[in-house]
Write a protein that binds this ligand. Sequence first.
Ligand SMILES: [Zn+2]
Length: 395
Amino acid sequence: MEIAARSGLTEATVSRIVKQLVQSGIVIETGRGSSTGGKRPTLLELNRTARFAVGILLSDRRTTYVLTDLSGAVVASDEAAGTAHIRRGDVAATAPGVIDSLLEQAKAPREALLGIGVAIPGREEYGESGPRPDPEWRPEWDWAAVEQDLAKATGRPISVENDSTCAAIGEFWTTQGSAAADFAVVNLASGIGFGLVTAGDVYRGATSNVGELGHVILDVNGPECTCGSRGCLEMLAASKAIVRSALGDRAFAHDLALSGAPEDAPDDYDRIARASADGDGRATALIVDAARLLGKALVSVTNVLDLERIVLTGPALDHVGSEVARVVGEELSDHAYVRRIHPTHVQLSRNGRLASSIGAASLAIHEQLGGFHRTAAPQESADHEQSIRQRSTKE
Ligand SMILES: [Zn+2]
């Protein structure tokens, strides 16, 4: 059996697993292949629409929902206000209704929903002596609390992971065929995150707080950062830094009707990005300066990791994605240590603004189907899954 040979499992184990997958409808038998001497092999195919998963991205600008099938294809999506404008309780109150409507749009039965993945800015591990939380990140958006709320509100297993890692998982999952073995994803949201896919897996670090690209130091004498260092990339080039620079030019801030209130930073940034896309030279100068600094940080990263491909994604790329990719690409082709040996390709995610939420859905699928559970599923849902299994066994 080819699967046994490739996986190193015994034929008996493979037969047992395949039987379970066929019974649950996840894999279908599509016929018989030609014999290479012995019995004609059974051909198997993934039944993509046998199960679905929901991915939710929580960002300051927006909350993005996707429903994907088992191949990572988005079959329905929706958007709601971001964390800058809602409270944690609002997500739990809204999510069940949104999820029902996604299932309805996709004509997917409720019992086919495997679980829910949530991509959240990685701010979990704050100790007494560790970095101070970002003052604009309200402590109510804590991973464990979001997970608990959603599990209670939906009765489904919830998987939570940081948004940059989710973006990397999403990118890897949906472009696996053509993906170079190792690549990085840069996620531009309220902060600047980095996810690394290496040897076919996502690098998670010790506590999933991997990829704080925003805290790469670019100016040792620069402004003090919440992490305790000075001159971090995030202080100089994240969307709030761009808003801060814009507010320094009173005429420009007035022309764009920028609010300047901290809770309006996502909307102010959006106005600047739109203005740049509409050809406003002052707005474009701010976006280009920030992209240049991001490029310099990525030159350092790729000098350490020798990356071939960097994928850019995240809500802060709305309207300005191609400009940012152009400037970052220029920095790398001019300054990367390996530039004479091979290019470092910089591209926008093919998943556009959905990369992190697709990755979150993928996480839910892998945790539920892969037998990898970081957290116990709520009892109701475990019973529910059990009943699906029993039903499919009977059939
Ligand atoms: Zn910092």
